[in-house]
Design a protein around this ligand. Structure first.
Ligand SMILES: *Cc1c(COP(=O)(O)O)cnc(C)c1O
Length: 426
């Protein structure tokens, strides 16, 4: 038995599925997940000492790679002064000012500890601000695991959303409307049917939780116009895309101003930190200024804020996003060329430091198209690549991430491995 297998057996006895978040268990690809011993730059080492080029980056936060010396120094310096106070600290102001400077759509921001908390709180705030109950989300978008968001599409436009998890009563999801992504006609009809019922529309401006699906031209603009017309709050969930796809996040890339934005992942630099922010008039509805309750013992944790600020400062290096995007494009293009040469139906796309890989001839534009990709072939590709020391996300429905410290040699090594693996999965 390898040490990874020993650890997985031990973990499964005491942690459900052996993991603290389900996709880590490798259920969709099968096999034993590597237990990670350490990371440095673009690399990971597992419990058996195997080295991998990492394209998961802790699911997005590690835009400057693992154990970046400047991030570690910032955390160490802060930690020496104590880990948590449950009282205001100066670094929280620095983080808030920083975020609002880089995202001009945000006048005010509140810090929390996870993306789930950020989206859950932003939706409560939107409901409190508008006095309305219904929220709209899109099929295939993920906004954390709070009850009201674990919903799959119902049959009609404004019919009840069906819970997608056991333990969520239908009474909780009845005000969540699920509509198809990239389908402006569906949401236009929903607003027409209930012009004064929808409190908020929440969207991943680039969907990264159903593999990667880009917004069609006009989709986000259309959401902005509809929310303006009907007085609903437009929430961009940029927990994944924030500071990942563009210096100004997806809202900067597409030039659209949401009313509220949720952030996480990159802004914590690998530590638990997330945020929601936006228009002053909306944000002032939160306690203690307003009637919408929201709180957190560890919110704005100083060591986490230090990790995030150090990471974000590194992204301001000249040419940072151009270089990151070029490396990510080179990976996507290299994989696409390798698949073509091997005669495998495959496509890849990227934006900034985020990419999608699909076992389908065309990049998908909807949840239905993502679901039609060849999952079995992905699984064989995944294991072939893992065997070659390339660590992609262990599911056909996740986006991938390149960091600023992935060098051309790492990208080339990945493409070389892919040539070999594509030939075996034809
Ligand atoms: C990861 C993610 C979340 C949830 O964040 P957690 O920190 O895992 O709770 C929410 N929305 C999007 C778009 C995400 O990618």
């Amino acid at each position: 038995m390898s040490y990874n297998e020993t650890l997985f057996a031990r973990a499964q006895k005491i942690i459900p599925g052996g993991v603290n978040s389900p996709v880590r268990a490798f259920r969709s690809v099968g096999g034993t997940p590597p237990f990670i011993a350490r990371g440095e730059g673009p690399y990971l080492w597992d419990a058996d000492g195997c080295k991998y080029i990492d394209y998961v980056g802790s699911w997005g936060p590690l835009i400057v790679g693992h154990a970046h010396p400047e991030v570690l120094r910032a955390v160490n310096d802060k930690a020496r002064d104590g880990l948590s106070f449950g009282a205001p600290t100066e670094i929280e102001i620095e983080m808030a000012e920083y975020l609002c400077r880089r995202l001009p759509s945000m006048d005010m921001v509140r810090l929390v500890s996870s993306g789930t908390e950020a989206t859950m709180s932003a939706l409560r705030l939107a409901r409190g601000f508008t006095g309305r109950a219904k929220i709209v989300k899109f099929e295939g978008c993920y906004h954390g695991h709070s009850d009201g968001l674990l919903v799959k599409a119902g049959s009609g436009l404004l019919t009840f959303g069906q819970p997608s998890s056991a333990g969520v009563p239908p009474s909780i999801t009845q005000d969540t409307v699920v509509l198809p992504y990239n389908d402006l006609a569906a949401i236009t009809a929903a607003f027409k049917e209930a012009p004064e019922a929808i409190a908020a529309v929440i969207v991943e401006p680039i969907a990264g939780n159903m593999n990667m699906v880009k917004p069609k031209t006009g989709f986000l603009e259309g959401l902005r116009a509809l929310c303006d017309r009907y007085g609903a709050v437009l929430i961009f969930d940029e927990v994944m895309t924030g500071f990942r796809v563009h210096p100004g996040s997806a809202q900067g890339l597409y030039g659209i101003t949401p009313d509220l934005t949720t952030l996480g992942k990159v802004i914590g630099g690998g530590m638990p930190l997330a945020a929601f922010g936006g228009k002053r008039a909306i944000m002032e509805c939160i306690a203690p200024l307003g009637p919408v309750y929201q709180a957190g013992t560890l919110s704005g944790n100083p060591a986490a804020a230090a990790a995030g600020l150090a990471t974000l400062a590194l992204t301001e290096a000249p040419g940072f996003y151009d270089k990151l995007a070029a490396a990510t494009r080179a990976l996507a293009q290299g994989l696409q060329d390798a698949a073509k040469a091997a005669g495998v139906a495959f496509s890849a796309t990227s934006e900034g430091g985020m990419f999608g890989l699909y076992f389908a001839a065309q990049a998908p534009g909807s949840y239905a198209e993502v679901m039609a990709c060849d999952v079995d072939r992905f699984n064989r590709f995944f294991h072939g690549m893992l065997n070659e020391g390339i660590y992609f996300a262990p599911s056909a429905f996740e986006a991938g991430f390149v960091s600023a410290v992935h060098q051309p040699a790492d990208i080339n090594a990945t493409v070389t491995a892919a040539k070999k693996v594509f030939a075996t999965i034809r």
